[in-house]
Design a protein around this ligand. Structure first.
Ligand SMILES: Cc1cc2nc3c(=O)[nH]c(=O)nc-3n(C[C@H](O)[C@H](O)[C@H](O)COP(=O)(O)OP(=O)(O)OC[C@H]3O[C@@H](n4cnc5c(N)ncnc54)[C@H](O)[C@@H]3O)c2cc1C
Ligand code: SF4
Length: 562
């Protein structure tokens, strides 16, 4: 029987084998893989490192833009070019557009703060970059196990984080072990790195247990939805990067779009809606679909075809929302803590830098004979090194946007960023975020419903049709991984008060309110099989009644080159 305490005490009695490593890493994104690579660069055969990934393969759950600032990769693998890293498309043109319904205004590049300039960056598929990073890690001797969801934290006697439970398979729908039940294993480490990305399910538990966010602002989020298109060669401009703001969101919500022309006539097109919107009638997915009909966007997509779809939340709190990063036995890496530079919509470089810094701190500690204590050197590095420099100077853009809307954030935020660019300081000190995104939701009767045009099936698609292009799959016999604290709340509270917004904010159509033929007897239905693991429900449910937990490993989306 296991002697450890886990975060699911009801299964503590289950007998599990355990394995010991020097460092256990949860998540094969840019943060986790960078940490693994750096540990092996430093320790070689003297250090054992394991990476656990819930996707069916590395990259299967990676969804990013992405324009990659190579500073993280330069620091980690300086000869990445010679080693064949898939960074093949340099950014050649940068366009910032403010959209109106039928037209657009291009902001002159010279007026944009230089830190928003994409000179020297690359348009990539981060899924493919992660696949390549995993190869580099394995060549160095890192053990990587895809298809292994880490479902519980394991604590030691002094309350320190000692490991994780991974690889539990075969539970029945009611949570009891089925015929092919596999209890999974406990993987113990001298240090455990949580590199789960945005709103990590174990990171959330660690943040609560160790009160890591007691001195930071609330974390803020956006919902990012993305499609990959193959467009006509004459519409393709390899290396062109376009960002837009304004229509169709207008004053209903903050957010904007990106369109990146990649290799092979492919265009990555995405739309981000800030999740602090007040109107619960807002339907982020339909905003994205309608956006593609803007003439400036439609002219690129016309005659092309959508080849993949997916969604993922994005952290937006930045510097003031960064929680404490270390606790006894563990550390939060990358977007598990939230390291995105919001105006640049970039976090991959900081995820890599944080992985590298955490690895260096762990290696130093292990060499000194330490284990399962706090890696304070990592925290110090993040708070005073390149990540701090990147995040601090843009820290007021998001609070300005939330408080005063697009125009003020463009002018005041722009001015503040120009000043920060020139001096390293901001004019406004540190502005704070205020309410959580869940609390920002207002009653439905304070807002008018929004009428969305029906998708035309050419440029825009209904949610379930698009979902098929995320190649999502979940074993249907397992328990639903979306847990309601109180199953009554969706119908008794959320429906009358907020018109149950889960029906609209979920980009995969997981949540439905179904009724009898005469419209009576509303019931809340969870189609968990559709879930693309974006984490929006865990963030935006106004009653904070939904908890996202891991389904069994290998399930979820199977993104190609997203
Ligand atoms: C729409 C969108 C566009 C973006 N555009 C850009 C851009 O252009 N440039 C840029 O630099 N950044 C961009 N970002 C941000 C960037 O993607 C993130 O900053 C980055 O992914 C963070 O890396 P990470 O390693 O911390 O997390 P992730 O990349 O999210 O990786 C986490 C990994 O951990 C796995 N995992 C999570 N929980 C578990 C668990 N319990 N058990 C096992 N495995 C687990 C996940 O499956 C995933 O593979 C964008 C983000 C979005 C959503
Ligand atoms: S159920 Fe939640 S995590 Fe899954 S796709 Fe919908 S909003 Fe995202």
């Amino acid at each position: 029987m296991s002697e450890s305490e886990t975060t699911a005490p009801e299964t503590d009695a289950i007998e599990r084998e355990s394995m010991e490593y020097d460092v256990v890493i949860v998540g094969a994104g840019p943060a986790g893989l960078s940490a693994a690579i750096r540990l092996k660069q430093l320790g070689g055969d003297d250090i054992s490192v394991v990476v656990l990934e819930k996707g069916s393969e590395v990259g299967a759950h990676i969804l990013s833009g992405a324009v990659l600032d190579p500073c993280g990769l330069d620091a980690l693998i300086p000869d990445w070019k010679a080693k064949g890293a898939p960074l093949n498309t340099s950014v050649t043109q940068d366009r910032f557009l403010v959209l109106g319904e039928a037209g657009q205004l291009r902001l002159p590049n010279f007026a944009m703060p230089p830190l928003l300039n994409n000179h020297g960056t690359y348009i990539v598929s981060m899924g493919n970059v992660c696949r390549w990073m995993a190869e580099q890690a394995e060549e160095l001797g890192v053990e990587i196990f895809p298809g292994m969801a880490c479902s519980q934290l394991v604590y030691g006697e002094k309350g320190q984080l000692k490991g994780v439970v991974a690889g539990e398979f075969g539970l029945n729908a009611d949570g009891t072990p089925g015929d092919a039940y596999e209890p999974g294993m406990e993987l113990h480490g001298k240090y455990v790195f949580l590199a789960e990305g945005v709103r990590g399910s174990l990171s959330k538990q660690a943040i609560a247990k160790y009160a890591l966010d007691s001195r930071s602002d609330v974390q803020k989020y956006g919902l990012g939805m993305k499609e990959l298109w193959e467009v006509r060669p004459e519409n393709h401009k390899q290396g062109e990067v376009t960002h837009t703001m304004g229509w169709p969101l207008g004053s209903n919500a903050g957010g904007g779009s990106f369109m990146y022309h990649m290799e092979n006539n492919q265009v990555s097109i995405g739309f981000v809606v800030h999740l602090n919107y007040a109107n619960p009638h807002l339907y982020p997915y339909m905003e994205f679909q309608r956006f593609k009909h803007h003439p400036e966007i439609a002219k690129v997509l016309e005659g092309g075809k959508r080849i993949a779809y997916g969604a993922r939340a994005i952290t937006e709190g930045g510097w003031q929302s960064l929680p404490k990063l270390v606790f006894p036995g563990g550390a939060l890496l990358g977007c598990s803590a939230g390291m995105i530079n919001v105006p640049r919509i970039k976090g991959n470089h900081n995820a890599m830098l944080s992985g590298k810094a955490a690895a260096e701190a762990a290696w130093e500690a292990i060499q000194a004979g330490r284990a399962q204590d706090e890696l304070t050197a990592y925290e110090k590095n993040v708070r005073s090194g390149p990540i701090a420099k990147d995040l601090k100077r843009v820290r007021n853009v998001k609070p300005l946007w939330s408080k005063y809307g697009l125009i003020a954030s463009l002018s005041l935020g722009g001015l503040d960023m120009w000043f920060a660019n020139l001096t390293g300081y901001t004019l406004l000190g540190t502005l704070h975020h205020g309410k959580s995104d869940a609390d920002a939701t207002e009653r439905a009767d304070k807002h008018a419903p929004i009428d969305y045009p029906k998708p035309d099936g050419v440029l825009s698609f209904d949610r379930l049709t698009n979902l098929a292009f995320s190649f999502t799959n979940h074993e249907e016999s397992q328990p639903a991984h979306l847990k309601l604290t109180n199953p009554e709340i969706p119908i008794s509270v959320n429906l009358p008060r907020y018109a149950e917004p889960a029906q609209r904010y979920c980009p995969a159509g997981v949540y439905e309110v179904v009724r009898d033929d005469d419209g009576s007897n509303p019931r809340f239905q969870i189609n968990f099989q559709n879930c693309v693991h974006c984490k929006t429900c865990d963030i935006k449910d106004p009653s904070q009644n939904i908890t996202w937990t891991t389904p069994q490993g290998g399930d979820g989306p199977n993104y190609p080159n997203m």
